[in-house]
Design a protein around this ligand. Structure first.
Ligand code: GCU
Length: 716
């Protein structure tokens, strides 16, 4: 008997210490093991003065109680005393907060921000978490828990924080059938069949995770929209989701299929200027608001990749967007109209088309319309220059669209930390109002004085136990929220926060894993698409390399269209001598890229067709440099593997093993990318892979013969 109990206890301890399935994300609230620090926390926090019982404040209280109990290994009581360590609330909900002289600070933080300060009561340090609104309090509580999880001192706090961007969104490309377009972490977490009566705990945990990083909106359906979501039955289900999210400050949005009036409304047309069509949408919108009073609005993909849109009726994007805008405006809703368009009829360089279609419409959109722009001009490649629309549309609020799901970044099998990619674009200077007109200032609205601003991430979430498939995919979700809140946070800072909360505060672990993360994008660029190459992946599913592919129904879906390799060289000439895409940027940007000697080499083949023997800054020829980059990419993954292997003792067995295996797959696939791309490009350069490199172990024919009919992410 005794033995059985011992064995049980042993297994229990072993399981809790050594297994972590990743479900808790960065909200793990593990016991703090640093003894002296734990004591200071325990001495400081003896009770919580936190009156109020709105749904949002109750959510904050639950989170705080759970977090403190986990980290301090002790239940902290809610008390009436104001000297017990923590006082929390708004001036309206908490007399103790109303008594503090923090009016100036509160005046700065608006409707969503918070203040965390150290004050004094009866000679005891007290931490006050204050805000103007309940949601501000919830955000403040999450921030406070973050301070503890990352083991910060609670002495002399003076934090005044509010979001720089108003709409901080996830875009789910989830179909009603629960497949996820470009989803690599299982099926959709929205269980439409069991809604509205069954509220999965996942919805609450999803909302908690989002609120903890300030995400305040979610578009729950695919941009390639299904009109069915606008039928009564589905709207009632969506309303149940909205209700679950509401205490966490998260608004629900839907995608609208432009042809819905025909498909579910039995009208003969979806012409946005037709009075019956306008009325249909107004009625539909009123119906939506009757179920979801705080419905956020619509995200719309129109006249792109076969989706219906206003151009089907010889109308333009503004005509289409404004029709929706007029319908949602009386309810305070917004319309996010996507600029990701390119037409099969236009022979124009595909990269030029969004600018060509949208820039002339600047100033023609209603006030509650934002144009949502992908970070780069093409499509979420491992590296892209910033979209020229950020510099050209001055009168229209522009939302940033990033892709968290790794459609072109090795699916959920490759470790790539995207903060450096996101920051690169944010820091880019559009020069649209002179030097310093960064993309960050465009999208936070400050450059042009827009009050509507937004940042969205195409979600990488599915019903995998750890949400994102790859444990490190969680970091990209985390980054989106943190950067939308404050785009000035550095990639290093965000990585530190995430690692400490998700894994461990151990310095050696944090330093090593941060290094792996910070170097991961460059590694990927090098083994996939170095020197400005782009869009050379497999057709349709986008898995793996296929630079040779030339059989797509339209030219600009073919890798050969993008790399243009021939006997003379490689790369897409987008200068004034080529497609003149560069003319879409301000002169300062244009001239830097136009001139091959000032064009940063990381974008060389994006903008120039370059001779194989062109001398690079390193002294190597272009061909040699290409080899060097591809080989460095693979080497970098091998270094990541070694570094991760050294972390074994600092991380639970389950996640250690997952990452170890995934890195091995990444290494194998990096070799595949390198070998197949170099063998293929070699058929044009006719130059040898330098002898000091390991030789490709397969032939080009072998790589070309591979096919992947079961690659995930393409189901509808
Ligand atoms: C990419 C992706 C599509 C998606 C589209 C979009 O092209 O492959 O699956 O629908 O982007 O952003 O609309």
């Amino acid at each position: 008997m005794k033995k059985t109990i011992c064995l049980f206890l042993y297994l229990f301890v072993a399981f809790t210490v050594f297994a972590d399935n990743g479900y808790r994300l960065w909200l793990r609230y593990e016991p703090i093991t640093n003894g002296p620090l734990l004591n200071t926390y325990k001495n400081h926090i003896t009770g919580i003065n936190f009156p109020g019982n709105s749904a949002t404040l109750l959510a904050a209280k639950d989170e705080l109680a759970m977090g403190l109990e986990g980290m301090l290994a002790k239940k902290i009581p809610f008390v009436n005393s104001v000297a017990a360590g923590l006082v929390i609330g708004t001036p309206a909900s908490s007399p103790a907060i109303a008594n503090l002289s923090i009016k100036d600070q509160l005046a700065k933080v608006g409707n969503e921000g918070f203040v965390i300060i150290t004050t004094n009561s009866n000679q005891k340090n007290v931490t006050a978490i204050a805000a103007n609104t309940d949601i501000g309090v919830l955000y403040g509580v999450f921030h406070f828990l973050r301070l503890l999880q990352t083991q910060q001192s609670l002495q002399r706090l003076s934090i005044v924080s509010s979001p720089k961007i108003k709409h901080r969104l996830l875009n789910h490309w989830d179909n009603l059938s629960r497949t996820v377009e470009r989803g690599y972490a299982g099926f959709s977490i929205w269980d439409w069949h069991k809604l509205p009566d069954y509220i999965d705990q996942r919805y609450i945990d999803y909302a908690r995770a989002n609120a903890s990083i300030g995400i305040n909106g979610t578009v729950v359906t695919n941009v390639n929209a299904n009109a069915m979501v606008l039928t009564k039955e589905l709207l009632i289900k969506a309303a149940a989701l909205a209700k679950a999210f509401r205490p966490y400050g998260i608004k629900l949005y839907l995608t609208a299929r432009f042809s819905a009036p025909i498909e579910i409304g039995k009208l003969k047309t979806a012409d946005p200027l037709d009075p019956q069509v306008k009325q249909w949408w107004k009625d539909k919108v009123n119906e939506i608001y009757s179920y979801i009073p705080d419905f956020g609005g619509f995200l719309i993909k129109a006249n792109s990749e076969g989706q219906p849109g206003p151009q089907d009726y010889k109308r333009n994007h503004a005509d289409g967007a404004n029709m929706f805008a007029d319908a949602v405006a009386p309810h305070g809703g917004i319309v996010m109209w996507r600029s990701f368009v390119y037409s099969s009829e236009s022979p124009e360089d595909r990269l030029k088309q969004p600018y060509t279609e949208f820039t002339p419409l600047d100033g023609k959109f209603r006030e509650n319309v934002a144009v949502q722009v992908k970070n780069g001009p093409l499509d979420f490649q491992p590296r892209e220059p910033f979209s020229p629309l950020f510099g050209s549309m001055k009168k229209t609020p522009l939302f940033m669209e990033y892709q968290l799901t790794q459609e072109y970044l090795g699916y959920a099998t490759h470790l790539v930390y995207m903060a450096p990619l996101f920051k690169d674009v944010l820091n880019a200077d559009t020069y649209s109002k002179g030097p310093g007109s960064t993309v960050a200032r465009v999208i936070d609205g400050s450059l042009q004085g827009h009050s509507v601003s937004g940042m969205a991430g195409v979600a990488n979430i599915g019903n995998d136990i750890n949400w994102t498939g790859h444990p490190f995919g969680q970091a990209n979700w985390y980054t989106l929220g943190r950067l939308a809140w404050d785009h000035e946070l550095s990639s290093e800072h965000i990585a530190n926060e995430w690692i400490k909360q998700t894994f461990s505060n151990n310095k050696q672990f944090v330093d090593t894993v941060r290094k792996i993360m910070l170097e991961s994008q460059e590694a990927m660029v090098n083994y996939m698409t170095p020197l400005g190459l782009h869009h050379i992946m497999g057709y349709g599913h986008h898995y793996g390399p296929a630079p040779w592919f030339d059989k797509a129904s339209r030219a600009d879906w073919n890798p050969v269209y993008f790399h243009k390799a021939d006997a003379a060289g490689i790369g897409f000439d987008r200068t004034s001598k080529g497609s003149n895409y560069l003319s879409q940027y301000a002169p300062e940007v244009r001239s830097k890229y136009e001139n091959i000697s000032t064009c940063p080499e990381e974008y060389l083949l994006w903008f120039h067709h370059v001779a194989w023997d062109h001398k690079m800054k390193s002294g190597r020829t272009l061909w040699e440099e290409l080899c060097f980059k591809y080989y460095s990419g693979v080497e970098a993954v091998r270094v990541m593997q070694k570094e991760w292997n050294g972390m074994k003792n600092y991380v639970d067995k389950q996640r250690f093993e997952q990452v170890r295996q995934l890195l091995a797959v990444q290494e194998k696939e990096a070799v595949w990318w390198r070998n197949s791309c170099l063998l293929y490009f070699q058929t044009f350069s006719k130059m040898p892979i330098p002898a000091n490199y390991e030789k490709p172990d397969q032939t080009l024919e072998y790589y070309k013969s591979l096919s992947f009919p079961l690659a995930p992410g393409t189901g509808h």
